[in-house]
Write a protein that binds this ligand. Structure first.
Ligand code: SF4
Length: 507
């Protein structure tokens, strides 16, 4: 880091880059030239080429045309940086290589001592609420000292920072709408690494979604640790005495919240920005699905009929130990309510096998819940205890690793069988598919996603411009096409594209 002079000249309107690059792997390192000089040159060449093809300073500035200063010219000092930091950009660029939630991010908060002091792996450590402090941290590191800020904030939402799309096929985008979580499930580290819930003002979210629509993005996923707990209290007019409505029968460990624009208000407004843009959201909590949210999903053509409903366990005893705020019966009531209001909805879920105190009977109850609901997709894990959590302080991680693993495999096997059964019901149907691009397995095929977020593979061939037309054109990434489903597995669907279409034109 020290050899790369930091990017220092920032405007008040600076925007963060959404530019994901793949982490380098050990196998890559094994193919690099043998001598250290050659290795350094190789790294330097790669770095130069990535810098040359990367975004320019202007790409970070929202709505401002910027001319970089010539040597010796004064530069505008950003208001939040002190002058004595000597922060000038000198046309230098910075290269970001992302490693998921390593540092910077919530792992930085959790592993501060290990990363900074014991392993001496990094020069700069920034927690998830400290990104605005990066210029100062980089300057400190440039002066030869380690720099760190892992403080959590009660307010930070990065609302004024517009990500810059920099993907070759940017037809899908993620929009962060809230941060943090107030639920304190006993196994979870998120409330300690991401802090309390705070929501981004609706006006800033709508502005970003509009910008994405103008750029041709066809699918937006609203993001948050507890996305449907969204509550915008940024304007006085949003205050009211109205209590937050929960899904029937669900409880929270915190007092019922009051006032603010809620998730249904946000979904309503976001889905009006561009009727041809799909709206998804993740990750929700089952407690925040009052009927008004479900009716809105059912009514609005561009809100995908796909709901992630993390269950974690099918046993009341385990759900209580996890402090999830619901019972198996209440969760199943919600599932039936969702299926009644949104016919054909796709459901996915998370499950943890082998949580503290889980018995064979508890595990069997999880298997029966998976069978009863019929999910399309599942994210299943063996329990791994995290420091700082309530479970770490109060419960025993008493299920043997091999038992956890066996239970996990049984859950996966039931999940697969159920997903195949659920997906098979789509055979013979017509699905509106948003095309993502070429299939990874064959250059002769394309792949895309249904409204329910199932992957669909179909032959790459020209199809009719619209249903009644004999004119055919190629299918490209970002197109909507109607695909007739011909076969299904637990993971994907196969079919044949019949015609180009759109969300507004779909039958
Ligand atoms: S599991 Fe989800 S709801 Fe529970 S504390 Fe973690 S982030 Fe919050």
């Amino acid at each position: 880091m020290r050899s790369l002079k930091p990017f220092l000249c920032l405007s008040k309107h600076w925007a963060l880059l959404r530019w994901l690059s793949k982490p380098r792997t050990c196998s890559n390192a094994a193919r690099t030239p043998a001598s250290s000089g050659e290795r350094r040159k190789d790294v330097s060449d790669r770095f130069r080429s990535q810098i040359a093809s990367g975004p320019r300073f202007q790409d970070f500035i929202k709505g401002v045309s910027v001319t970089l200063p010539a040597d010796g010219e004064d530069t505008e000092e950003p208001g939040y940086l002190s002058e004595d930091l000597g922060m000038v950009g000198d046309s230098r660029k910075v290269y970001f290589e992302t490693y998921g939630c390593g540092a910077p991010g919530c792992m930085a908060e959790r592993l501060k001592t290990e990363l900074l002091e014991r392993e001496k792996l990094v020069d700069v450590l920034a927690g998830p609420d400290a990104y605005r402090d990066l210029p100062r941290l980089l300057t400190v590191a440039d002066g030869g000292q380690q720099a760190s800020n892992v403080l959590l904030s009660l307010e930070e939402t990065y609302a004024d920072i517009m990500p810059v799309q920099h993907a070759a096929q940017g037809h899908s985008a993620f929009v962060s709408i809230m941060r943090g979580c107030d639920n304190m499930c006993s196994y979870c580290i998120v409330p300690f690494t991401r802090g309390r819930e705070r929501s981004r003002p609706i006006s800033s979210i709508l502005e970003e979604v509009q910008m994405l629509s103008d750029q041709g993005v066809k699918e937006v996923t609203l993001l948050g640790q507890n996305v449907n707990s969204y509550r915008d209290t940024s304007e006085e007019q949003f205050y009211s005495s109205e209590l937050t409505k929960l899904s029937r029968g669900f409880n929270t460990i915190y007092q019922t919240k009051q006032g603010g624009l809620r998730f249904s208000d946000l979904l309503d407004q976001v889905s009006r920005v561009d009727p041809d843009m799909r709206i998804r959201f993740t990750s929700p909590h089952p407690k925040d699905f009052p009927d008004e949210v479900l009716h809105l999903i059912a009514e609005r053509q561009n809100i995908c009929k796909q709901i992630h409903l993390p269950a974690q366990s099918g046993s009341n005893q385990v759900l209580k130990a996890m402090r999830r705020g619901y019972t198996r019966e209440v969760y199943l009531d919600l599932v039936y309510n969702i299926k009644r209001i949104i016919p054909g909805v796709s459901l996915s879920s998370d499950f943890i096998s082998g949580f503290c105190g889980e018995t064979e009977d508890d595990h069997q109850q999880t298997l029966t819940l998976i069978r009863e609901v019929g999910y399309n997709v599942g994210f299943l894990f063996a329990y791994s205890m995290r420091k700082k959590t309530n479970a770490f302080h109060r419960l025993q991680d008493d299920v043997a690793p091999q038992v956890k693993q066996r239970r996990l495999e049984e859950c996966i096997s039931v999940f697969r069988a159920e997903a195949e059964r659920v997906n098979s019901a789509a055979i013979g149907s017509m699905q509106l598919v948003l095309v993502e691009g070429e299939s990874k397995r064959s250059a002769d095929d394309l792949c895309g996603r249904t409204d329910g977020n199932m992957k669909v593979i179909f032959p790459k061939e020209d199809v009719a411009i619209q249903a009644s037309s004999s004119n055919t054109v190629p299918v490209c990434a970002g197109d909507y096409v109607l695909v007739k489903i011909l076969s299904a597995s637990s993971q994907s669907l196969r079919g044949r594209a019949l015609t180009h279409s759109s969300l507004r034109r779909q039958p």
